[in-house]
Design a protein around this ligand. Structure first.
Ligand code: ASP
Ligand code: MG
Length: 418
């Protein structure tokens, strides 16, 4: 007997039929003797609708009331799943964030979980084998009001719940059957990984593989929660679905658990990047702060930063990327701040893509970057900027070459071969 958290996303609970299907997944695990806490999202599209209603009521609105509105989607699915489970003869009870309670900080709309007091839920496991159906995405803030965790936050609710009750596994059920070596829409030869380390998944999620909220991966890494990404669309009672050690899907786990380490595990990409170059910026202490301080204050997310060594010692070039949507704001701020730093010219381009090669094996292998550069060169793809970390190489290219670059990198590291 084990303890499991099962999380179901919006498409998995999109209507009553889908909720019935979810209930069968839950029942399968309960019948196997496991203690089960389920975390649910709102029905597909519901949260967008609720957000739209708030904006319609008033474009500028109180974040506490926004939370009161948007948290309601999860309340509905939690209750509906509990009803469905009960109708199937499974002892189940729904829980809203405040009832457990899941305590968060006070950042309404983007709150962070601080503690989960799950004693009552665990007691009900022990005393009556009761399934806890928990509304994801929400908790209670220090002001005693409902808080939501930011879009996609139910993943984080699930992982936090798993850590709080000491679950053996956290299964994230979604509309894809696992994590792929790259986006299968771009490269049909992409393969489902059986395992990926927390660190690699964190990079994949941050770079646009939208299976999991980034925050949930951070949390899983810190608390070492073994997390499975798997599909809710498979027949709940098909052979192997209830396999405790090897359920179908991708396991996100500690790297020690991954025996056969690949040098490169995946290729990720993010479109709609813009590049800003400041030419001949004064080269003296404080200039980087003068450039990036105002951008940070304005909430512009600066990513790749490249600074040259100056030739003469008095001026240098500084290049960095921001999301395309923030380009206008960023250039306006930099032009305004021109008094505090001197530069000759500001140049920018948009419609760029960042492609990244990810793998923990890079730590101990050389030549990984050179292989990427040669593969891109062979296809005539120009590199605009490069940044690296211990387990990642990111390359900025023109957006038109996204598909070509992703496929080239995917094949040059042998990811399309089983
Ligand atoms: N329903 C919320 C959203 O759409 C939370 C979630 O689904 O994870 O962002
Ligand atoms: Mg999601």
């Amino acid at each position: 007997m084990a303890r499991l958290v099962l999380k179901f996303g919006g498409t998995s609970v999109g209507d009553i039929d889908r909720i019935r299907n979810v209930a069968r997944h839950v029942k399968r695990e309960v019948d196997a003797g496991h203690d089960v806490a389920v975390v649910v999202s709102a029905m597909a599209g519901k949260t967008n609708e609720l957000v739209g209603w708030c904006r319609n009521a008033s474009p500028i609105h109180d974040a506490r009331e926004y939370d009161a509105v948007v948290a309601s989607g999860e309340q509905v699915t939690a209750g509906l799943l509990a009803i469905t489970l009960q109708a199937m003869g499974v002892n189940a009870r729904s829980w809203q964030g405040w009832q457990i309670p899941i305590r968060t900080d006070g950042s309404h709309g983007a709150a962070r979980i601080q503690a989960i007091e799950a004693d009552d839920i665990v007691r009900r496991f022990d005393e009556e084998k009761q399934v806890a159906v928990v509304a994801g995405f929400q908790g209670i803030a220090p002001d005693n009001r409902i808080a939501t965790l930011g879009r996609g936050g139910s993943d984080t609710s699930a992982v936090a719940m798993a850590a709080a009750i000491g679950a053996d596994r956290c299964d994230i059920y979604t509309d894809v059957d696992g994590v792929y070596t790259t986006d299968p829409r771009i490269e049909p030869k992409a393969r489902r990984m059986s395992k990926i380390s927390f660190e690699e998944m964190l990079e994949m999620a941050s770079l646009g593989a939208k299976v999991l909220q980034v925050r949930s991966v951070e949390l899983a890494m810190v608390h070492k929660v073994r997390t499975f990404v798997r599909s809710s669309f498979e027949d709940p009672d098909a052979p192997g679905m209830g396999d405790f050690e090897n359920p179908p899907g991708t396991l996100i786990c500690d790297e020690d658990e991954i025996v056969e380490q690949q040098v490169v595990t995946g290729i990720a990409y993010s479109r709609d990047e813009a590049q800003i170059s400041l030419r001949r910026v004064e080269d003296r202490p404080g200039v980087a702060g003068a450039i990036f301080g105002p951008l940070a204050d304005a909430g512009v997310n600066v990513d790749m930063i490249v600074q040259n060594i100056s030739e003469s010692g008095d001026a240098t070039d500084m290049t960095f990327t921001v999301p395309s949507g923030d380009l206008g704001k960023a250039t306006a701020l930099l032009e305004k701040a021109k008094g505090e730093m001197r530069y000759d010219a500001l140049q920018s381009s948009q419609g760029l893509t960042k492609v990244s090669v990810i793998g923990i094996g890079m730590r101990s292998h050389t030549g990984v970057a050179a292989t990427a550069f040669k593969a891109l060169a062979a296809r005539g793809i120009n590199i605009r900027a490069i940044t690296t970390s211990e387990i990642k190489i990111s390359i900025l290219i023109d957006g038109d070459y996204t598909e070509l670059a992703v496929r080239a990198l995917h094949s040059v590291y042998g990811l399309d071969k089983a």
